[in-house]
Design a protein around this ligand. Structure first.
Ligand code: UDP
Ligand code: MG
Length: 320
């Protein structure tokens, strides 16, 4: 980039938005108001993740009067992870804050995050103090997935969210040095390490419409999270195999013993149960292996994680 350093923003705020037409103006106004108080040079980047509503049109209109608001529009819905990645790529600030478009991540925290960053933190994680707005099922599922990933992957993502501030150094690592296509932003930013700080917050209620995550998209995110951070499930397959082997030996010895002592080997039920058990072990194992193969397949195709349809307020050189 040829822009002189002095013109670069100090703070970039990245907002992934999918069908957020109803709330995006308010989010932009609120966040811009807060940024105004903490930094002289800032920018807000809205990544329209292929919305079907007027999200992008509103961003464009906003950008006409406020040149520090910029927008990128995807050719279709590529998912929040892709939107976050694009946001990081297009951002130019010395620090980059990722925040949701629905104001469920309280923007009032931004000044605290920036303060911590100015004190030397490279990553400031906003951590959910409560998940009151989530259903019991979603809370339990999140607990389980976070627990498993934290245990197996050796990183701490308990109650973490995608609401984070990252120093330019971290952004450059995330964008430039981690070539994986399927990403789990939350996990990756913990995995990097460096000087991390935490701020707690309460998730507020969504003002407009519904959460954009369907049940299956959450399942998919969990599988991505697991497969990108740990290969322990593959070891579980090996373990299941060993377990069946030991059980097999035990049952076989018992059968031989009975046969040797002249008793007929009995137990149709035992056979059926064993068959079914082993059958399901095999199927589950194949499934687990399949998930990892699918992951390899996705990575090896090396398709771009997103395609940009148009941008507003962004110099063309960055489109490449
Ligand atoms: N989002 C996105 N692409 C998607 C789904 C969601 O960019 O495919 C954005 C959405 O606009 C919002 C953020 O990701 O800014 C979080 O989404 P949501 O509020 O629906 O999720 P939740 O708060 O339930 O985690
Ligand atoms: Mg939300």
């Amino acid at each position: 980039m040829n822009t002189p350093l002095s013109l670069l923003p100090e703070i970039s705020v990245v907002i992934p938005a999918y069908n957020e037409g109803e709330g995006v103006d308010r989010a932009l106004a609120t966040i811009a108001g807060i940024l105004q108080t903490v930094s002289a040079a800032w920018e807000i980047l809205v990544i329209d993740d292929g919305s079907r509503d007027n999200t992008y049109a509103r961003v464009c209109r906003y950008a006409q009067t406020e040149s520090r608001v910029r927008g990128v529009s995807f050719s279709r819905n590529f998912g929040k992870e892709a939107a976050l990645l694009a946001g990081l790529k297009y951002s130019r600030g010395r620090a980059v804050v990722a925040i949701d478009a629905d104001l469920q991540h309280p923007p009032e925290l931004i000044p605290d995050m920036i303060a911590k960053w100015r004190e030397g933190a490279k990553i400031v994680h906003a951590v959910k103090r409560s998940r009151k707005t989530d259903s019991v099922g979603k809370r339990l599922a999140a607990l389980a997935v976070n627990q498993i990933i934290s245990r197996m992957g050796g990183i701490n993502i308990h109650n973490s969210s995608d609401y984070k501030l990252l120093d330019r150094e971290i952004v450059d690592i995330l964008v430039g040095q981690l070539p994986e296509r399927e990403r789990f932003f939350r996990g990756l930013s913990s995995w990097i390490g460096f000087n991390e700080e935490y701020i707690e917050f309460d998730v507020s209620n969504r003002i407009e419409n519904e959460s954009k995550w369907s049940f299956w998209s959450l399942v998919e995110l969990s599988i991505t999270a697991l497969t990108s951070f740990t290969s322990v499930p593959l070891r579980i397959v090996t373990f299941l195999g060993l377990l069946t082997l030991v059980l097999g030996f035990a049952v076989a010895s018992e059968a031989l013993w009975s046969w040797y002592h002249g008793q007929a080997v009995s137990g149709f039920a035992t056979i059926i149960i064993t068959l079914l058990l082993i059958g399901s072990f095999i199927m589950i194992s194949l499934g687990i292996i399949g998930e990892y193969i699918a992951k390899i397949y996705e990575e090896i195709k090396a398709r771009p994680p997103y395609l940009v349809k148009s941008t507003v307020g962004i110099a063309d050189e960055k489109l490449a």
